[in-house]
Ligand binder design. Structure first.
Ligand code: NDP
Length: 248
C-alpha cells in the first residue's frame, strides 16, 4: 500500500510541519486523524481539503486520555492505524540560569511525555495489526547542544533515545520507526519563546538575507515525511536529518 488509503494520525497538526504534512498526505489520498489544541486550525485544514477523509480532534498531547480518545476513535472509524506522526512540540528557549522551571516542565510534558503518550496508545493497535510506522519529530538539536537550547535539546535527545528503544523492541513485530530531525524551518515555533530578547534576536537573525537560519518551508519537511511513509514494507528509514543547505 502506498500513501493512498493509509490511515495516518498526526499529533500537532494545526500549524507548521504538521499542517503541511496533513495537506500533502490528504492530496495523496491518506485517511487522516489530526490532533492539536487549536481545533479551529484543524477545521480549516478539513474545509480546505473537502475531498479528503479527515477527522479532527481537540487534544492536548500531555493528556493521556485525550490521546487515547484520538487513537480509539481513529480505529473505530478507519479500522486500523498505519502511521502515527508524533510532531507536537514547543521551543521556549532560555539559558539555564534563567531557571525557567515552568518552561522546563511544559517542554518535558509536551515534547517528551506527549510522544510517550502517543506511543503508548498506538502500540497495542499496531502490534495487533502486526504492522505500523511511528514517526517522531526530533531536531538537529537532538544531535548537538547550543547555549540557550540545553533544555529543548534535552527533550529532542530524549525522543531519539525513546525511538531507538522502540525500534529495538518492535522491529520484529513489523513496526517501523523514523526520527525526522529538521534544522531551521519557517513555522510558528518561535511563538513559544517567552524570553522577548531571545525571540527578537532569533527573529532578526532569520530575517538577514544570507542568514544560515533562513529556514526551509514546512512543505519541504512534509515531503520528507511522505517519503519515509512511502517506502516498501521491508524498508525502514530510521533517521532523517534535513537542514537548509546553508545551515552550519
Ligand atoms: P509550530 O509551532 O508551527 O507547530 C507546533 C505544533 O505542535 C502545532 O500544531 C501545535 O498545535 C502542536 N502542539 C504544541 N503543543 C501541543 C500540545 N500540548 N498538544 C497538542 N499539540 C501541541 O512549529 P513546528 O511546525 O516547527 O513544530 C513541529 C515540530 O518540529 C516540533 O516538535 C518542533 O520541536 C520540531 N522542530 C521544528 C523546527 C523548526 O525550525 N521550526 C526545527 C526542528 C524541529 P496547538 O498549539 O494547536 O496545540
Amino acid at each position: 500500500m502506498s500513501i493512498n488509503n493509509k490511515v495516518v494520525v498526526i499529533m500537532g497538526a494545526s500549524s507548521g510541519i504538521g499542517a503541511a504534512t496533513a495537506k500533502l498526505l490528504a492530496n495523496k489520498g491518506a485517511k487522516l486523524s489530526l490532533a492539536a489544541r487549536r481545533l479551529d486550525r484543524l477545521e480549516a485544514i478539513q474545509r480546505s481539503n473537502p475531498d479528503a477523509t479527515i477527522k479532527v480532534f481537540k487534544a492536548d498531547v500531555t493528556d493521556e486520555k485525550a490521546v487515547q480518545t484520538v487513537i480509539d476513535e481513529t480505529v473505530a472509524s478507519f479500522g486500523r492505524i498505519d502511521v502515527l506522526f508524533n510532531n507536537a512540540g514547543i521551543m521556549p528557549v532560555n539559558k539555564l540560569d534563567q531557571t525557567a522551571r515552568n518552561e522546563w516542565q511544559q517542554m518535558m510534558d509536551i515534547n517528551v511525555k506527549g510522544v510517550l503518550n502517543g506511543i503508548a496508545s498506538t502500540l497495542p493497535v499496531m502490534k495487533q495489526q502486526k504492522s505500523g510506522h511511528i514517526i517522531t519529530t526530533s531536531s538537529v538539536l537532538g544531535y548537538e547542544v547550543l547555549p540557550g537550547y540545553a533544555a529543548y535539546s534535552g527533550t529532542k535527545y530524549a525522543v531519539r533515545a525513546i525511538m531507538e528503544g522502540l525500534r529495538q523492541e518492535e522491529h520484529r513485530n513489523n513496526i517501523k520507526t523514523t526520527v525526522i530531525a529538521p534544522g531551521s524551518v519557517k513555522t510558528e515555533l518561535f511563538n513559544s519563546i517567552n524570553n522577548v530578547d531571545v525571540r527578537n534576536s532569533l527573529e532578526t537573525a532569520m530575517q538577514q538575507p544570507n542568514s544560515e537560519m533562513l529556514g526551509l518551508d514546512p512543505e519541504e519537511i512534509a515531503q520528507a515525511v511522505a517519503f519515509v511513509i512511502d517506502t516498501p514494507a521491508n524498508m525502514a528509514v530510521n533517521e532523517m536529518i534535513i537542514r537548509p543547505t546553508g545551515q552550519a
